[in-house]
Design a protein around this ligand. Structure first.
Ligand code: CKX
Length: 603
């Protein structure tokens, strides 16, 4: 178990959660002198930047935008006297990709992994009714021992630069909200739920982890605030009569109130919204509440102008409005777990999420989108560093499942994106990862990984671990693009015939397919990069999907244009979006809306 709670920060009768978002002091540490020079007590000559945000797109200097190495944040935090006697934490939504945290010059924690929360217990180092100095050293270098994978080079001027093995910009920093929290000495550490449907009724199994032994009370209220069920004890079952189920695009949330009590006294109280639903795979179907569902939607990114990968509540709202407009019902959190607020919104809006751990770039290529189709082997899982990578991977997986396990919207775990799954050495690595996910998830949700283009019938050695087989395919773009699309169609059909012949008897979904498209380009007849070509490509691909009944999902790559490293294949980023980076529709959005609104509901 993790040594920090993953519960989302909330203020209740017993708790306080104070946002520390706003302008923070900020300073690059190119000489890596910060520790030796006492920056832990405060930064010598800082600038100031917003948190949450990536730092890269604020500045005009390319050396800052491409900076790789250590960089520091600083914030003064006032600790109220009434918190004395409680436990006090600083909780980071994430720090990308690694961090060391100091309060009043004392190191209070460190964390590896850039897309999941962690907390520092600062109870013993803070001064009450006084300002306290919070200092964070962050580092954004890439390697093959942490996820996402890449490398870091040193340029001729001695400056370091990140070289991703993945196709998104290495945005970094304090990209999600930071909270100051206070909880009782005996507090609710974790909540775990599972569901069983029994006709019109439902059983909600729960486990409450606390830091003490006092009595635990659990009360489940419906959306109208009526008590639907209640129980006493750290583990139990809530019998819910006439349960109102959480359905795709028809959400219903109950409120679970958990209390630690000592007689009439409430020691700690925490409330979490839950959705009563079941998810399972049966033969080639994905079942939600026992009914088949077909996934329509996108691979996305947390990516927007100016703040990069910083959580942007307005962009989140716009993205959900666009997904509702176009008739989507799902998305994959490609290629890392997203901000918690996005899962909370998906819970409220009834969207299905494939939650992806940041295991991307596990195929050694700086041009993954090109070399992935060549059959190139990079012996990625045969390195001396592979055990260290596996340790980081499993820790990120444990954090992701601990954080996201109670969201009704999360229906599956994606454990890798486009790894090198065609080598014998990949098999034991995958087995460890898939077994760990099964062990950690009480709900035993389906597990998957996205197969890269050269992982096809007969070459992929790892698809057997997946409960849902997810394909990233670009026939008509990276393979046989342009006027050769007719041959691309034949290749896609041939591959699906190959999977069919293997009698895998599992649902297949496409987690990526797409064509780079400039909103400015119209051509008659079409050419690649034109709007017309994106439409022809999607129609060809969808026609093939529709002729294979084991295809149970289509998630277009990508929802919106997004930033990548610069290169000859990227026109200021990846342009495969159905929407522009500013969230305006390309022409194909209207065609996709027609298709998704006309698809039958059940499959
Ligand atoms: C052939 C691999 C395609 C690749 N897949 C991973 C995504 O993160 C990239 O953006 C996408 C692309 O190149 O568009």
């Amino acid at each position: 178990m993790l040594d920090y709670s993953m519960l989302y920060p909330e203020s209740t009768v017993s708790r306080r959660a104070v946002s520390m978002d706003g302008m923070w002091n900020f300073q690059l540490d190119e000489k890596e002198e910060g520790i030796a020079s006492g920056w832990t007590e405060g930064l010598p000559s800082p600038d100031s930047i917003p948190v949450p945000a990536s730092f890269q797109d604020f500045y005009t200097e390319k050396d800052i935008r491409e900076y790789a190495g250590d960089f520091w944040y600083e914030k003064d935090m006032f600790i109220p006297g009434e918190w004395e006697g409680k436990k006090v934490f600083v909780r980071f939504g994430c720090a990308t990709h690694r961090a060391e945290v100091f309060v009043n010059g004392v190191k209070v924690t460190e964390h590896l992994g850039g897309f999941l929360p962690f907390s520092a217990d600062v109870t013993d180092v803070v001064r009450y009714n006084a300002q306290n100095k919070l200092v964070v050293k962050v580092n954004n270098e890439l390697s093959v021992t942490n996820i996402p994978c890449g490398t870091t080079i040193t340029l001729s001027n001695g400056k370091k630069m990140a070289k991703p093995y993945f196709d998104f910009f290495n945005y970094s920093g304090l990209q999600r909200s930071v909270y100051l929290t206070a909880v009782p000495q005996e507090y609710i550490f974790d909540i775990t739920t599972d569901y069983e449907l029994c006709g019109e009724d439902a059983k909600v199994s729960y486990r409450i982890d606390t830091t003490g032994e006092h009595t635990v009370l659990v009360t489940l209220c419906d959306a109208e605030g009526n008590v639907a069920a209640s129980a006493q004890g750290k583990e139990g079952v809530l019998d819910v009569k006439n349960a109102h189920l959480w359905e795709v695009r028809n959400a219903y949330l109950y409120s679970m109130m958990v209390q630690i009590t000592d007689g009439a006294e409430v020691i700690d109280e925490y409330r979490q919204e839950i959705g009563i639903r079941t998810v399972e795979v049966k033969d080639t179907s994905i079942l939600l509440n026992g009914k088949p569902v077909y996934l329509k939607g996108f691979g996305k990114h947390e990516d927007s102008d100016i703040i990069g990968r910083g959580f942007n509540i307005g962009v989140m709202k716009r993205d959900f409005e666009l997904m509702k407009w176009i008739g989507a019902n799902s998305f994959r959190t490609s290629h890392y777990p997203y901000s918690e607020e996005i899962y909370q919104m998906a819970d409220r809006e009834g969207f299905l999420i494939i939650d992806e751990v940041p295991a991307v770039g596990l195929f050694e290529s700086l041009m993954n989108f090109m070399e992935a189709s060549t059959g190139k082997q990079t012996a990625f899982f045969e390195k001396e560093t592979t055990p260290e990578l596996l340790k980081s991977h499993l820790h990120a997986l444990e954090e992701m499942i601990a954080r996201d396990k109670n969201h009704p919207s999360v229906i599956a775990w994606s454990l890798l994106n486009e790894p090198e799954s065609t080598s014998d050495a990949a098999v034991p690595y995958f087995k460890e990862v898939f077994d760990k996910a099964h062990e950690l998830d009480v709900q035993k949700r389906p597990r998957t990984f996205a197969l890269v283009m050269n992982a096809v019938p007969g070459t992929c050695k790892c698809h057997q671990f997946s409960d849902i087989v997810a394909l990233n395919r670009y026939y008509g773009w990276y393979v046989k693009g342009g006027h050769e699309m007719m041959d691309a169609r034949e290749m896609l059909i041939k591959e699906l015939e190959g999977w069919k012949a293997m009698n895998v008897n599992k649902p297949f979904i496409f987690t990526e397919y797409g064509a780079d498209t400039l909103a400015s380009e119209h051509k008659l007849p079409s050419v690649m990069w034109s709007q017309e070509y994106q439409e022809e490509y999607l129609k060809m691909t969808h026609d093939v999907f529709d002729s294979f009944d084991f295809v149970k999902g289509e998630q277009v790559w990508n929802f919106a244009d997004f930033q990548t490293t610069e290169g000859i294949m990227r026109v200021n980023g990846n342009k495969k979006g159905i929407f522009t980076r500013q969230r305006q529709p390309k022409d194909v959005a209207y065609k996709l809306k027609q298709r998704w609104e006309s698809l039958p509901v059940d499959f």
